[in-house]
Design a protein around this ligand. Structure first.
Ligand SMILES: Nc1nc2c(ncn2[C@@H]2O[C@H](COP(=O)(O)OP(=O)(O)OP(=O)(O)O)[C@@H](O)[C@H]2O)c(=O)[nH]1
Ligand SMILES: [Mg+2]
Length: 204
């Protein structure tokens, strides 16, 4: 069984916990109960024909938790980066989250799915983040990760209606499997290069 540690990141109140609960089949709560530090959950899923287990760390987005959040990134292989389409500030803050993720996970650049959440509320507000803005940002992000062998994806969700929640996790899982396989190949070729320089050892 492949275990994938992932994190849910993004500003406070954008809907990370609501997305996690929806994914876990727990429905939707309209009341906002902010996450303190981090919440942890697990779910098994099938990704690219393989059975995997997600270890989901749902991090607290409020600024007061900035200092405690760092430790939860260690060893994670991917993230759902969530913003709220009705709060442009949460979209403009996404680079801060990417920086925090890539600085603290110990692996550098790992796959990200950019999640534009609360699309059920788009019609109710004048000042919203457009799908185009989301896509342009994600394309730029992909240009940064392409050299590592993977791209990043954009998805529009509503934890309230449930639309595309499953898809967000699928996209992330698929990208992570690609990333992990790529890393395995690289480390294997590095190992064989080292082995081949040691006399008397078989080369793999
Ligand atoms: N209409 C609508 N409301 C949502 C959606 N997702 C979340 N909410 C609401 O937004 C509020 C905040 O959601 P949370 O999931 O707690 O936000 P969070 O990102 O976990 O916030 P922190 O834990 O503080 O980082 C709650 O009142 C949710 O019910 C959505 O897709 N549509
Ligand atoms: Mg939360």
């Amino acid at each position: 069984m492949t275990v994938l540690k992932i994190v849910l990141i993004g500003d406070g109140g954008v809907g990370k916990t609501a997305i996690r609960e929806r994914y876990l089949g727990k429905g939707f709560k309209a009341q906002y109960l902010l996450t303190i530090g981090a919440d942890f959950a697990m779910r098994d899923d099938d990704v690219s024909g393989k059975h995997i287990r997600y270890q989901i760390w749902d991090l607290a987005g409020q600024q007061r938790f900035d200092a405690v959040r760092e430790v939860y990134y260690k060893g994670c292989v991917g993230a759902l980066l969530v913003y709220d389409v009705t709060r442009p500030d949460s979209y403009f803050n996404t680079p801060k989250w990417i920086n925090e993720l890539w600085t603290n996970n110990g692996r550098g650049r790992v796959p990200i799915v950019v999640v534009a959440n609360k699309i059920d509320m788009r019609e109710l507000s004048d000042d919203t983040v457009s799908p185009e803005q989301g896509r342009i940002f994600t394309d730029r992000l992909s240009n940064l990760t392409k050299p590592e062998g993977f791209t990043c994806h954009y998805v529009e969700t509503s934890a309230k209606t449930g639309v595309n929640i499953q898809k967000a996790f699928q996209l992330l899982g698929t990208n992570i499997m690609r990333f992990v396989d790529g890393q395995r190949k690289t480390s294997r070729s590095t190992t064989s290069r080292i082995r081949s320089t040691v006399p008397g050892q078989r080369q793999y």
